[in-house]
Design a binder for this molecule. Sequence first.
Ligand code: KMH
Ligand code: ZN
Length: 270
Amino acid sequence: MDKLIITAALVGAEVTREDTPYLPVTPEEIGIAAAEAHAAGAAIAHIHVRDADGRPSQNKDLYRQAIKEIRKRCDIIVQVSTGGAVGMSAEERMQPVTLAPEMATLTTGTVNFGRDVFFNPPEMVEQFAETMQQYGVRPEFEIFDVGMIANALRLVKKGLVAGHLQFDFVMGVPGGIPATAEHLLHMVRQLPEGATWTVAGIGRAQLPMSVLGIVLGGHVRVGLEDNIYYRKGELATNAQLVARVVRIARELGREIATPDEARAQLGIRR
Ligand code: KMH
Ligand code: ZN
C-alpha cells in the first residue's frame, strides 16, 4: 500500500474558541498548529482563516499571512478551503485560490449542513474548477454525499479538472452521507482507476473512519475542524489527533508519507 497521507484540518469555519481553547485562530496560531501537526506526521494542512473577532473569513490577506506563517516553519502542503462558511458568496470563497497555493478544496454539490445549506450549484463549481486550473492549483474533491462523485467525474469529462484525481469523503455531517463502513466502501468503488481518496469522519466518527482509511488503502483527515475530542469529554489538540493516527497506522504496518512523498502521490509539482 502507498504511504499514508495525513491531512490536518486545523481550524474550519464552525468550531469556536468557546468550544475549545486549542483552536488556532490567528495566522500565527495557524502557522504554529500546522508546524506541530507536521512534526506529528501530517503531510497536508487544510486551512480556513478567521477575522480579528474569530469569525470565519475567506479574506485573501489573512490567507496570505497564514500561509507565510506556515511556510516559515515547515514544508507541509497547504490546502486552502474554497468551502469557507455557509452563506458566503462564490467571490468571497474563491479568494485564496488566487494566491496559487498547492491545493484547494472543491465541493461538487449542494448539501444540507446541519440546519443550513452548503450551496454549490453546477455553475459555481465549474467556475471554481476553472479558476483552480488557471492558477495551477490541485483540487481535492470534497464529497459530502455519493452523488457528488459523479458530479466530480463530470468536471473531469468536461476538461475542467485534469491530471491526478484526489477525493476527500467527508462523512457524518448531518445532511450528508452517514459515517459507516458500508457507505465508505460504496464510495470507494465509484472511483476511477488511479484516483486517491481520504476519509474525514465528523465528530466521534473521526477515529473509526480513520482506521478504515488506513486498512483500506485510503488516506486520513483528522483535526479540530471535524472533531474537537480525543475521547469523550477530553479535548484534543490538532497534533494529538495526528499523532494518534500515526501510532495506529504504524501498528497496522502502514508507513507515513512526508509532504514530498504526498506531493509525488498526488501529482503536485512545486
Ligand atoms: N465549512 C463548510 C461549510 C471546505 O473546506 O472546502 C465547508 C467546508 C468545506 O469546510
Ligand atoms: Zn474545510
